[in-house]
Design a protein around this ligand. Structure first.
Ligand code: NAD
Ligand code: IPM
Ligand code: MN
Length: 370
């Protein structure tokens, strides 16, 4: 019987609230799926800063490196607004991504049939939507050096962030985009700003070259990222896989979240390259949303993005595709039955709490499993 080691990093704000519901789903799978799970929990973000004065400890990093998959809740909040930049809660997440070399961030935006009226856009625009934003996650302006604030001779300050990409970094994310497209609708849209950025010029050239040499069977289209943002809300069903850099991918995926009804719906998988010997990838799974300080502690958080992130872990790290289908199917069933957390509820409709949504999903898994 297969057994998987999972490291749970709940984090701050609503992170622990949505992670508790994932715990419920893991327990169910442990009992019923034929595979077992060993879970360990550690601190990250503000909670790690409060305990250890760093956003993640070396010991927690070692556990993350060794786990079959890391499940991450969310980090950050006003309490830590003035802590030094290097140890801000968000630095813990950035260290996990960089040190584990998790360069490929898959952010699927799927509009569940029952939620076609929950989006701020018209039903016709979002109904049946199933697109994938592939965000490069370990390069670009997030990590480029120099990255600093310096005081000039005249006392003024100058802040610098550096947008930096190498051929290798673009090649490997382009390959992931084309491989994913082959399993979907065979189309890749690459977004950059080659009209103003040198990194955009190189991005465009490298994606084009990889396509020509290895993936000419896949349809490739290039779009300037600002126009891409507009197209994403005008007619999102024109897209299949969107591949883009770290910063554009961050912004475009929050936009895409609203096509599905709520930011509380979008899961993600951050994957490294397959190990040369074992073929296994390092991986971290997290909702696209943050710690939502405005609703933390109020039992209002939608746990679906976090639970669907576990679904992605089952698919990509645990060789449990059927169990992943079961989780996704249970989410669809619960939504079809009209159960809604506050972020999804229509005006005047009764909303359920975070826990009630988690329990409903586990009951739906029971029902599907017979
Ligand atoms: P946010 O994603 O936390 O919240 C944006 C809005 O969406 C809020 O109104 C929030 O209530 C709502 N929302 C988010 N998730 C929800 C859910 N599951 N259910 C219902 N509503 C939900 O973004 P923000 O407010 O800009 O950032 C808050 C903090 O989170 C910041 O410190 C930021 O750095 C951090 N953050 C962390 C992550 C992460 O850990 N991966 C991601 C994004 C932001
Ligand atoms: C995300 C978040 C992070 C990012 C922050 C918390 C570092 O917004 O995962 O989308 O900017 O990548
Ligand atoms: Mn973001």
């Amino acid at each position: 019987m297969a057994s998987y080691d999972l490291l749970l990093l709940p984090g701050d704000g609503i992170g622990p609230e949505v992670m508790a519901e994932v715990g419920r789903v893991i327990e169910w799978l442990d009992r019923n799926s034929g595979s077992t799970f060993e879970t360990e929990t550690d601190l990250v973000g503000g909670s790690a800063y409060d305990a250890h004065a760093v956003a993640i400890t070396d010991a927690a990093m070692d556990k993350a490196q060794a786990a079959d998959a890391v499940l991450f809740g969310a980090v950050g909040g006003p309490k830590w607004d003035s802590v030094p930049y290097e140890v801000r809660p968000e630095a813990g997440l950035l260290r996990l991504r960089k040190d584990m070399d998790l360069f490929a961030n898959l952010r699927p935006a799927i509009c569940y049939p029952a939620l076609a009226d929950a989006s701020s856009l018209k039903r016709d625009v979002v109904e049946g939507l199933d697109i994938l934003i592939l965000r490069e996650l370990t390069g670009g302006v997030y990590f480029g050096e120099p990255k600093e604030i310096v005081t000039l001779e005249n006392g003024e300050k100058r802040a610098v962030d550096t947008q930096l990409y190498t051929t290798h970094e673009i090649e490997r994310i382009a390959r992931v985009a084309f491989e994913l497209a082959r399993t979907r609708n065979n189309k890749v849209t690459s977004m950059e700003k080659r009209n103003v950025m040198r990194s955009g010029v190189l991005w465009n050239q490298v994606v084009t070259a990889v396509h020509k040499a290895e993936y000419s069977d896949v349809e490739l289209e290039h779009m300037l990222a600002d126009a891409g943002g507009m197209q994403l809300v005008r007619w999102p069903k024109q897209f299949d896989v969107i591949v883009t850099d770290n910063l554009f991918g961050d912004m475009l995926s929050d936009v895409a979240a609203m096509l599905t009804g709520s930011l509380g719906m979008l899961p993600s998988a951050s994957l490294g390259a397959p190990d040369e010997k074992t073929g296994k990838r390092k991986a971290l799974y997290e909702p696209v949303h943050g710690s939502a300080p405005d609703i933390a502690g109020k039992r209002l958080a939608n746990p679906i993005a976090m639970i669907a992130s576990l679904g992605m872990a089952l698919r990509y790290s645990c060789d449990m595709g059927e169990a992943a289908d079961l989780v996704d199917g249970a989410i669809a069933d619960v939504l079809a039955g009209g159960t809604r957390t506050a972020d999804l509820a229509a005006k005047g409709q009764n909303a359920v709490s975070t826990t009630e949504m988690g329990e409903a999903i586990v009951r739906a898994m029971d029902a599907r499993a017979g």
